[in-house]
Design a protein around this ligand. Structure first.
Ligand code: SR1
Ligand code: MG
Length: 411
């Protein structure tokens, strides 16, 4: 029977599990436990023993951010576990190692990353991370490509889509909070005072709402790869030179551009929020963030083209159909990438909207205490989000997106 852990009960509850004892030590009386979860959904414990340290993540049967008035299935831990195993296979070394999984208790015991911290904290405090863009671009490309029928056998892909299709309530959060609520006066919405005219303008833009619904249609019906589903800067942990992706509980099969689009949105929000956090060095640091966006997208493209040439072993775009090109990354790969970027830039704009308008804002803006300082920065972010949604079909180039960000930042 499921029971939520707490710092006092955890050692006795997890004592005797060999995979945990092997990491922290066999005597649970010597374990030190801290609860450190600061996300919206789960309990997260650091368990430190004489032999080492692990993370114990346990799902709660409700949304932590809201309370037990919003129940949420425990089965999300099952999907997170399976997502972690697939990400580890598709991009080795990119995610924490899993030591133990207990479906009934909805808990995953995994590698403690140290001295990593949540990337969003680094972006707020103005720290740089070497190698970040290459790592993230390759992660997005490898998981997108290797989770699709460009690489997978059709039967294996169908089986995996079937497995993950049992995850209903978690994607429903994204369908509501990300794609729908920002565009009407939904119950859980909130926004900074001073933004009313900007918000009214967005909600009156019928063309924008059509494009957002088209993006939602692709999100719910296009199962082309296994996406992380919540790849924001709070789902990345970094040192000053090494990064990992965590927290794939929003996993589902969806469009290949979804993760990189959401990721770029979170870098853009870090960019627009910077004037609320620092004085000296502002311009340099903002340019560093734009550089990360451009390099992430370049690394994505380079890796995707490389995989196209070397690992196109699945049903789609078989070499037999493209004999004249062999395994070259030519016009066929260009066409697939064009669709990816169209989806990505639309999702990017939508994510920029939802983090200022619906439930679950991000710390980049929320930690700017003065609403009079925060509102104009959020307004730039909202305006650029709309421009991305409107321009997604023609805007395929990260350089153009960064130039657009500089323009909006000056307004
Ligand atoms: C109710 S959950 C709110 C948000 O937290 C998660 O991290 C996802 O981003 C979700 O949209
Ligand atoms: Mg999360």
């Amino acid at each position: 029977v499921y029971e939520a852990l707490d710092v006092d009960s955890l050692p006795a509850r997890l004592a005797g599990i060999d995979a945990i004892a092997a990491q922290v030590g066999t005597d649970p009386a010597a374990w030190q436990v801290r609860e450190v979860g600061d996300g919206n959904l789960n309990l997260v414990f650091i368990v430190e023993g004489p032999a080492g340290t692990v993370i114990v993540k346990q799902a709660l049967p409700y949304v932590r951010l809201v309370g037990d008035s919003w129940p949420l299935p425990l089965y999300r831990a099952f999907y997170e576990y399976h997502a972690l195993t697939r990400q580890a296979a598709r991009d080795p070394g990119s995610v924490p190692q899993v030591f133990h999984f207990d479906a009934a208790q909805a808990l995953i015991v995994m590698e403690y990353l140290s001295p990593h911290v949540i990337l969003r904290r680094k972006l707020i405090t103005g720290e740089r991370v070497a190698g970040l863009a290459g790592f993230l671009g390759r992660f997005c490309a490898r998981t997108a490509f290797r989770g699709s029928e460009l690489s997978m056998r059709s039967a294996d892909k169908k089986a995996d889509v079937g497995l993950f299709s049992g995850n209903v309530e978690i994607p429903a959060i994204t369908e509501a909070l990300v794609f729908t609520d920002p565009y009407f006066d939904a119950e859980m919405n909130n926004h900074t005072p001073g933004l009313d005219p900007v918000v009214a303008q967005l909600r009156a833009d019928q063309g924008l709402k059509v494009r957002v619904q088209q993006a939602l249609q692709r999100f719910v019906s296009n199962t082309e790869t296994m996406v992380h589903g919540d790849l924001h800067s709070g789902s990345i942990m970094s040192t000053d030179s090494e990064s990992r992706v965590i927290d794939p509980e929003f996993v589902q099969y969806g469009p290949m551009g979804f993760d990189i689009g959401m990721l770029c949105a979170n870098f853009l929000m870090a960019y627009f929020s910077q004037p609320g956090h620092r004085g000296a060095g502002l311009g340099d640091y903002q340019e560093w963030i734009l550089g990360v966006i451009e390099e992430t997208c370049a690394a994505f493209e380079a890796e995707f083209r490389h995989l196209w040439q070397t690992e196109r072993t699945g049903l789609l775009f078989s070499a037999a159909l493209f004999e004249d090109q062999g395994h070259e990354s030519g016009p066929a790969c260009d066409a697939v990438l064009a669709e990816i970027w169209r989806d990505a830039w639309a999702v990017c704009g939508i994510e920029m909207h939802r983090r200022c308008l619906s439930l679950a804002h991000n710390a980049d803006f929320e930690e700017i205490a003065d609403p009079a300082l925060r509102a104009p920065l959020e307004a730039r972010n909202l305006a650029m989000g709309a421009a991305l949604i409107h321009g997604a079909e023609t805007l395929m180039n990260a350089g153009a997106v960064c130039a657009m960000a500089r323009d909006f930042n000056g307004k």
